[in-house]
Design a protein around this ligand. Structure first.
Ligand code: NDP
Length: 284
C-alpha cells in the first residue's frame, strides 16, 4: 500500500488561518523586516514567498535591501538600528550573505526579542531546557514537528533517525524530539561521517532527512511503515526534489512529505507563528 501524503500546503493554510484570526482579534499591527544583502536568485524566491504569506495574514512586510559590498561593521550597525526600532516586530536575515561577511556575527546582532527565525544563541539555547517553552525556534525544525504531529501518530519511544545535523534543522529537531521525555522519541543523528547510514535509516520508525542531496535515501533504506519527513530541496534539471527518492519511498513508508508541498510549505507559516509569539511576549 502506498504511503499517506503529508500535505504541507494544507497544514500551512490551517496555521495561517489561525494566526490571521488571532491578529484580527488582537487588532495588532505586526511588522516583519527582511534584510537582504546584494542580489541572490535563491533568496529572491524566499522574499516573494515571505511577502505573500505576510500579506495573507495581515502582517506588514518590509524588505531592506543593502549593497553587495557593504562592510561587516556597517551591516551589524544596520541590523542593530532595526533592532532598536520599536515599530519592528521581527527581523529576518536573508541567506546567503556575501562570503566576506561572517553570517554568525550578523545573526548575533539581532536582539533575541526580534529573532523571528530563532537563530540567536539565546533562543537556540532555550531549546536545551525541558521545562521552558521557547517563544521562537528555527522555523524549518518547527515545520518538521508540525508535519510529524499532523500524522496523529504517537512518537513516544519510537526510533527516530535524523540525517543531517545543521543548526537550523538536524540539531534543533533532535532537541525538539527530546523536549518532553514522557512523549519523546529516541533520536539518533547521522552525518557525513556516519559509517552505515542505511543501517540506521532501516530501523527508523521516524526518519527526518535534511542533507541537500537528491535521492540520497532510497526505498530499500527505509523501514516498512515509517514516517518519512524530507526536508531537502534540490534542483535536478528543471525539477525540484527532496533528499528521499519519493517514487521508491512511497511504496515502503507509512507517511511521507512530498517536495515541493511538504516541509517547505509549512516553514513560512512557522515564521509567522514565531512572529506572533514575539509580539505577544512583548505586550505581555
Ligand atoms: P547544511 O548543508 O547546513 O547541512 C547538511 C547536513 O547534512 C550536514 O549536517 C552534513 O553533515 C550532512 N550530510 C551531508 N552529506 C551527508 C551524507 N552523505 N550522509 C549523511 N549526512 C550528510 O544544510 P541545511 O540543514 O541548511 O539544509 C539541508 C537541506 O534542507 C537542503 O537541501 C536545504 O535546501 C533544505 N532546506 C529546506 C528548508 C525547508 O523549509 N524545506 C529550509 C532549510 C533548508 P556534515 O556537516 O558532517 O558534513
Amino acid at each position: 500500500m502506498n504511503a499517506k501524503i503529508i500535505d504541507g500546503n494544507k497544514i500551512a493554510e490551517k496555521i495561517k488561518q489561525k494566526i490571521k484570526t488571532e491578529l484580527e482579534k488582537l487588532k495588532a499591527k505586526l511588522v516583519l523586516v527582511a534584510v537582504q544583502v546584494g542580489e541572490n536568485p535563491a533568496s529572491k524566491v524566499y522574499v516573494k514567498n515571505q511577502k505573500s504569506s505576510c500579506e495573507e495574514v495581515g502582517v506588514i512586510y518590509n524588505l531592506v535591501q543593502l549593497a553587495e559590498n557593504i562592510s561587516e561593521d556597517s551591516l551589524i550597525s544596520e541590523v542593530k538600528k532595526l533592532g532598536q526600532n520599536e515599530k519592528i516586530t521581527g527581523i529576518i536575515l536573508q541567506m546567503p550573505l556575501p562570503p566576506s561577511i561572517n553570517s554568525r556575527k550578523i545573526q548575533m546582532s539581532i536582539p533575541e526579542e526580534k529573532d523571528v527565525e530563532g537563530v540567536t544563541p539565546a533562543n537556540l539555547g532555550k531549546l536545551l531546557y525541558s521545562d521552558v517553552q521557547p517563544v521562537v525556534a528555527p522555523c524549518t525544525a518547527l515545520s518538521v514537528m508540525e508535519c510529524i504531529k499532523s500524522t496523529g501518530e504517537n512518537i513516544k519511544g519510537k526510533e527516530a533517525v535524523i540525517v543531517g545535523h545543521s543548526e537550523i534543522v538536524g540539531k534543533p529537531v533532535m532537541l525538539m524530539l527530546l523536549s518532553s521525555l514522557l512523549e519523546s522519541a529516541t533520536p539518533t543523528v547521522c552525518h557525513i561521517a556516519t559509517k552505515d547510514l542505511a543501517g540506521h535509516t532501516k530501523r527508523a520508525e521516524l526518519l527526518i532527512v535534511a542533507v541537500g542531496q537528491a535521492g540520497l535515501i532510497k526505498g530499500n533504506m527505509l523501514k516498512e511503515g515509517a514516517i518519512v519527513i524530507d526536508v531537502g530541496i534540490n534542483r535536478v534539471g528543471n525539477k525540484i526534489c527532496g533528499d528521499v527518492d519519493f517514487d521508491e519511498a512511497i511504496k515502503v513508508a507509512g507517511y511521507i512529505t512530498p517536495v515541493p508541498g511538504g516541509v517547505g510549505a509549512v516553514t513560512t507559516a512557522m515564521l509567522l507563528k514565531n512572529l506572533l509569539g514575539l509580539y505577544k511576549t512583548r505586550i505581555a
